[in-house]
Ligand binder design. Structure first.
Ligand SMILES: Nc1ncnc2c1ncn2[C@@H]1O[C@H](COP(=O)(O)OP(=O)(O)OP(=O)(O)O)[C@@H](O)[C@H]1O
Ligand SMILES: [Mg+2]
Length: 386
């Protein structure tokens, strides 16, 4: 009998600190369910700050006064204690200024709860892209700081952490903001806490379709280059202040990436910069950022720059090389996929409507029609080395 099963039996599916240490999980506090229940006032709906595909998120205050975000993973994530902790190990020791800090977890009975540093200024999806729901102002300087910060956080996950971490879900709702509007990437490594065939994964990907690299959406190839594609889309959203897809706009304007490519060809990129800036921005820099976005979203993954190169291009340390720039992997490709997979879409739509968990704060005006075919492709994901 392994050491694990001995402890497992004795503790009836809860774990203790020495077990965490034995599993190689450091810097993570083990919270009791009771403690988190108290911190969130019995997981009161008043303290619920969001709901994503992984489950509900509550604001809480620990006994020592620390504010925390308590993410209660949904029932589909009830994988075994060992599997859960094994995946937790990959994220528990990762710390960086631009990554949300994981304080600890709770593993008791069927509960799987993650406890994070609480970020007071919400996510980019709810603030910058939140259709006037927030009072926060995003000056051009603040936007450059946010873009560079996200790029640095992602470069760290991709190139410094060993083995490297592919985020899988870079998007505006996964960029949280601290009191000084510094960006912190959330949910890195989280997809791996779920069994690959869990149904909630479909709903999680549902809000994300506009960020999916073509090779990921169509072939299930998940590499760092897929994250870089998503980052490129996010970069364009930050510069333009617009969601990547908006079905309420005229047809030629609905897909941000398509629009930006057209403007690039006409040498009119500056026209897409957020009008809320009232012209108060560095036009040369803003166009450079958009060009970096176009490079990141190239159809061929090998043509996308690495994240460390992206950081240098954004900070101006490296020239944005436009020589081999081709048309990016466009939404039109998804439309082709949609036609080819019509039947599967209809089947998935059924599953979609019977499931819950789509973020209550998702501002993306995507229809459920768009969202369902992403779910079927997600099941085919494989991690690859590059
Ligand atoms: N550490 C945190 N501090 C403050 N608010 C947070 C924190 N983590 C999450 N939230 C809030 O909870 C909301 C839901 O987060 P969650 O990650 O569950 O869903 P999501 O990001 O919208 O979608 P997905 O499940 O695809 O990641 C976020 O949009 C954010 O407003
Ligand atoms: Mg999230």
């Amino acid at each position: 009998m392994s050491c694990f099963s001995f402890i497992f039996k004795r503790k009836k599916s809860s774990v203790d600190e020495s077990f965490l240490n034995a599993e190689g999980i450091q810097n993570v506090t083990l919270y009791s369910y009771k403690e988190l229940k108290l911190a969130t006032e019995d997981f009161s709906s008043l303290n619920r700050i969001g709901e994503g595909g992984f489950g509900s998120v509550y604001k809480g205050r620990l006994r020592d006064g620390k504010s925390v975000a308590v993410k209660v993973l949904s029932s589909e994530s009830r994988q075994g204690v060992r599997e859960f902790l094994s995946e937790l190990r990959t994220i528990s020791n990762i710390t960086h200024d631009n990554l949300v800090e994981l304080y600890g977890c709770c593993v008791e009975g069927n509960s799987r709860i993650l406890v994070y540093n609480y970020l007071p200024n919400n996510s980019l999806a709810q603030t910058l892209l939140g259709n006037g729901c927030s009072d926060l102002q995003f000056s051009w300087r603040t936007r450059t700081k946010i873009c560079i910060g996200i790029a640095r956080g992602l470069a760290f996950l991709h190139e410094v952490v060993k083995p490297h971490v592919v985020h899988r879900d870079i998007k505006a709702s996964n960029v949280l903001l601290d009191e000084h509007l510094n960006p912190k990437i959330s949910d890195f490594g989280l997809a791996k806490l779920f069994p690959p065939n869990a149904t909630h994964v479909s709903t999680r990907v549902a809000g994300t379709i506009g960020y999916l690299a073509p090779e990921y959406a169509m072939g299930g190839q998940l590499t760092r280059k897929a994250d870089i594609y998503s980052f490129g889309i996010l970069l364009m959203e930050i510069v333009s202040g617009r969601c990547n897809t908006n079905k309420r706009l005229p047809v030629e304007d609905q897909f941000l990436l398509e629009r930006i490519w057209t403007l690039h060809e006409r040498n009119e990129l500056v026209l897409i910069v957020d009008p809320d800036l009232n012209g108060d921005f560095d036009a040369e820099e803003a166009c450079r950022y958009l060009k970096v976005g176009l490079l990141c979203t190239q159809d061929a993954p090998k043509c996308r720059p690495s994240m460390s190169t992206v950081v240098k291009m954004l900070t101006g340390e490296q020239k944005v090389d436009m020589e081999c720039m081709a048309k990016p992997g466009l939404i039109a490709d998804f439309m082709d996929l949609k036609i080819r997979t019509q039947k599967k879409v209809e089947d998935a739509a059924l599953a979609y409507t019977s499931s819950s968990g789509l973020s209550a704060h998702d501002n993306s005006p995507l229809s459920s029609e768009n969202t369902t075919y992403a779910s079927f492709t997600f099941t085919a994901i494989s991690d690859r080395g590059d």
